[in-house]
Design a protein around this ligand. Structure first.
Ligand SMILES: [Zn+2]
Length: 293
């Protein structure tokens, strides 16, 4: 999967991105350079098999996390990969896309989302992509104009008789990418992870709590941390019950990450009474979490 024509040495940011994605995937991520261009894709090697199973020629296969060496930018991209586009159309929700834009607002000067759109068709000819570009707030406001239904219908339209069927999709993830540390890239990978999951024929049955638990397990003894939470209402202080689970401080649906800083161990009973009602963060050695409602 390494580049056949390496026109440039592997930039260190691509090596760090590969490490970050490898950790998230749980298997070695593949790095592939675009022929004769300072551009790299980092992705699950399985994607090339999925693509090959659908079409005779896997040439031009470009999908995954993309680093543009000239612009020093990171994005999530699909370029001319109809099979992967089909999976994405099936699996991607507007809410997921919205969340990625929200979580990458701090690493992007301007946010951007682009896709092959029904709206870009004129006289049966596909003219290109629809692009939302600007401050994260503006892009989110534009996404809010769509519904799950209108978005899915708009994405990668099938055009009878058209000269080509567009399958472009992209989300801008970071500017000045070469400055990002491994930890910062892990957060970018985390933000883009739901997009990556949308590229499988069926989204893997990963429980969000499982990846959080994996991180907690290596750093924190597995015991309910409920009583360390500050500002607990007296009525909630009951005995522990049920299995000990990895829990999010800020829920995933509200933009909470699966990183250690957003996790704690809770028994099932205390997980239930605190769900969505916590704020703060923790490290392996500090615990600063409070009950907020
Ligand atoms: Zn407990």
């Amino acid at each position: 999967m390494t580049a056949r024509n390496p026109v440039e040495a592997l930039p260190s940011v691509v090596a760090r991105l590969e490490r970050a994605l490898t950790r998230r995937l749980g298997r070695r991520a593949a790095v592939r350079q675009v022929n004769n261009a300072p551009e790299w894709y980092v992705a699950d090697p399985v994607f090339s098999f999925l693509q090959r199973g659908r079409v005779n020629h896997a040439n031009g296969y470009r999908v995954g996390l993309h680093y543009d060496g000239d612009a020093n930018e990171l994005s999530f991209r699909i370029v001319h990969s109809p099979a992967m586009a089909e999976f994405l159309k099936e699996n991607l929700s507007l809410a997921t896309l919205r969340r990625t834009v929200l979580l990458t607002a701090s690493t992007c000067e301007d946010s951007a989302v682009w896709w092959s759109s029904r709206q870009a068709i004129r006289d049966g000819e596909h003219l290109g992509t629809r692009t939302l570009l600007g401050p994260a707030g503006d892009v989110l406001a534009e996404l809010d104009q769509l519904t799950e239904e209108t978005f899915t219908r708009d994405l990668f339209p099938r055009i009878p008789g058209a000269t080509w069927r567009g399958s472009y999709f992209g989300v801008h993830l970071a500017d000045r990418a070469s400055r990002l540390s491994l930890a910062a890239l892990a957060e970018v990978v985390d933000a883009a992870w739901p997009l990556v999951l949308a590229l499988y024929p069926q989204a893997p049955a990963e429980r969000r709590d499982a990846s959080l638990a994996r991180r907690l397990r290596s750093m924190v003894p597995r015991a309910c941390e409920f009583l360390q939470i500050r500002d607990l209402p007296k009525v909630a202080v009951t005995a522990c019950a049920g299995r000990i689970e990895g829990a999010h401080i800020v829920p995933h649906a509200r933009g909470g990450s699966d990183l250690l800083k957003n996790g704690l161990w809770l028994c099932a009973a205390h997980h239930r009474v605190t769900e969505g009602k916590l704020a703060g963060r923790r490290t392996a050695t500090t615990f600063n979490v409070r009950f907020v409602s």
